[in-house]
Write a protein that binds this ligand. Structure first.
Ligand SMILES: Cc1cc2nc3c(=O)[nH]c(=O)nc-3n(C[C@H](O)[C@H](O)[C@H](O)COP(=O)(O)OP(=O)(O)OC[C@H]3O[C@@H](n4cnc5c(N)ncnc54)[C@H](O)[C@@H]3O)c2cc1C
Length: 488
């Protein structure tokens, strides 16, 4: 039996990101992935939203994605209103159009540079946990042992099922086919909404056409075919535009479910294994990647015995509400996409409300993930929110805040008198940076906030403590998030 500190089931976007996070924290991690290569057969995500790009920027790899994708200022609509975040205070105030196939390839390329073991072409087939670890069965007859097992194995997660974690929610109300095809005719591109629901055709970079079309009935379980796609297109558009061949055809629904618990003993869930919903709004991949970034450093500290196991409970406490909100947003978007006189009235009413700029910002903040707020108690508005990527000045020259997070280590940023704070008992874990910053402190949705004199930033980029000249509460925050002080 081969041992690793952490075993991850599934090497999709979530599993890859978690693997990278654990490797950066110098934890021995292995991913078991069913697919023999990272190649993705079906069409899935078409891009990255702002907070996910920021999270990749925090690790210094955003440019790899930006250089292959296309920046889009407006990424979709809410009740017919185009949503954009061009006025938000972030370097990434846009959507990056990039197919999931490429997102996974780039992520996998990064993971290949890190000490992550990947067992490809193998399934996790079962597991058993005891007080000290988890025995993980693999389809090649081998088994692995990890102190922890993380199920990043997608919506049909075996890990979730074997762990006995409930997956309450709602059955699908719509079912659609999504395909990438070649057509001899000239298709009418664009999104159309009619009594049969939304159907859309868009030109892909290589000349093929991306198609999304709603199925007439729910519950089909067979593999969709070119003939099915042709029939549905003829039904909604009167022609299949000379549909000739397809590189991929798959089915998706708006089934909406969330794991009742993200942790069962030594087994944790992240990504689609923990939450599934309609792809409308483009929230899924980013939510999984951000689950991984929330969990990685916590799991690393527990495995390294720097922090007690109870730190892992904050993963569910912080990410379950975020997932629940994503479910709520996608259900609202699905309902608003229906064609019905009453829904049309609701759409018009919401569109009217969204013409109020504060309301537009509120929804854009939610869709982009830039408004995420972990409940870390009362205090300065920065507490529990993402640390902005400020341009700092240090004794060694200019420095971006996100650069300090590249190694996924916590940062204590002192913006007051040099050496004005003492964090010596945590100096082995927390980087101490003296810097100055002269600009505005502005948060998405909230606007300008008062400038703090110091901030404690977690490896996931969220602020764990905000200082206003005194050290009040700092030792508690350091202990809560990064373990007890080291005594000399
Ligand atoms: C049509 C469609 C459009 C979408 N559009 C968007 C979008 O625009 N934006 C967005 O953010 N999201 C979108 N999504 C959602 C996005 O694709 C998912 O949220 C994302 O892939 C989830 O990543 P994951 O790693 O959690 O799970 P998955 O991508 O499902 O990865 C799970 C991995 O686990 C592996 N696996 C499964 N079982 C086992 C096992 N037993 N042993 C070993 N390996 C296993 C699988 O092979 C897979 O690689 C869309 C999804 C669909 C279906």
């Amino acid at each position: 039996m081969t041992e690793h500190a952490v075993v991850i089931a599934g090497g999709g976007p979530t599993g890859l990101m978690l693997g990278a996070e654990l490797a950066l924290a110098k934890v021995d991690v292995a991913i078991v992935e069913r697919r023999a290569s990272q190649e993705l057969a079906a069409s899935r995500s078409r891009g990255l939203l702002s907070r996910t790009i920021e999270v990749l920027d925090q690790r210094g790899v955003a440019d790899r994605f930006l250089s292959e994708g296309q920046v889009v200022q407006v990424w979709g609509e809410f009740a017919g209103v185009q949503m954009g975040i061009g006025d938000f205070p972030t370097r990434h105030n846009y959507v990056l159009a990039l197919l999931q196939n490429h997102i996974e390839r780039i992520l996998a390329g990064w993971v290949d540079e890190l000490p992550v073991t990947i067992y490809r072409g193998r399934d996790v087939t079962g597991f058993a946990q005891d007080d000290t670890g988890v025995d993980v069965e693999i389809s090649d007859g081998e088994s692995l042992r990890g102190e922890y097992l993380v199920g990043c194995d997608g919506g049909r997660s075996l890990i979730r099922k074997v762990a006995g974690i409930e997956f309450p929610g709602w059955d699908p109300s719509t079912s659609s086919l999504i395909a990438e095809v070649e057509m001899d005719g000239e298709p009418e591109l664009g999104i159309r909404r009619d009594e049969k629901g939304i159907h859309a055709l868009g030109r892909l970079d290589d000349g093929r056409v991306g198609v999304v079309v709603r199925e007439e009935h729910l519950g089909a379980t067979d593999e969709p075919t070119l003939r099915d796609l042709s029939r549905l297109l003829v039904a909604v558009r009167g022609t299949d535009y000379g549909l000739r061949s397809a590189t991929s055809i798959s089915r998706f629904t708006d089934m909406t479910r969330q794991a009742a618990s993200y942790r069962e003993g030594r087994v944790l869930l992240a990504g689609d294994a923990a939450h599934v919903h309609s792809p409308i709004g483009g929230q899924g991949l980013g939510t999984g990647v951000q689950d991984a970034v929330n969990l990685g450093w916590k799991l690393a500290q527990v495995v390294k015995r720097t922090s007690p196991e109870s730190l892992l409970d904050t993963y569910h406490a912080e990410r379950h509400p975020v997932g629940a909100r994503v479910l709520q947003t996608t259900m609202a978007l699905t309902a608003l996409a229906r064609e019905d006189a009453r829904i049309e009235a609701l759409r018009a009413t919401i569109a009217d409300l969204l013409s109020i700029d504060d309301a537009r910002k509120r929804f854009a903040g939610r869709l982009s993930g830039l408004d995420i707020h972990y409940d870390l108690g009362e205090g300065h508005p920065l507490l529990g929110r993402r640390m902005p990527d400020l341009d700092l000045v240090t004794a060694d020259g200019p420095l971006r805040v996100f650069t300090l997070l590249h190694d996924a280590r916590p940062v204590f940023l002192n913006l007051g008198e040099p050496d004005g704070f003492d964090i010596t008992p945590w100096a082995d874990r927390v980087q101490m940076i003296d810097a100055t910053y002269v600009g505005k402190w502005e948060l998405p949705v909230l606007g300008e906030v008062t400038a703090p004199t110091a901030v404690l930033i977690r490896p996931d980029g969220y602020v764990a403590w905000v200082g206003d000249r005194t050290q009040l509460g700092l030792a508690d925050a350091l202990t809560t998030w990064f373990g007890p002080p080291t005594t000399a």
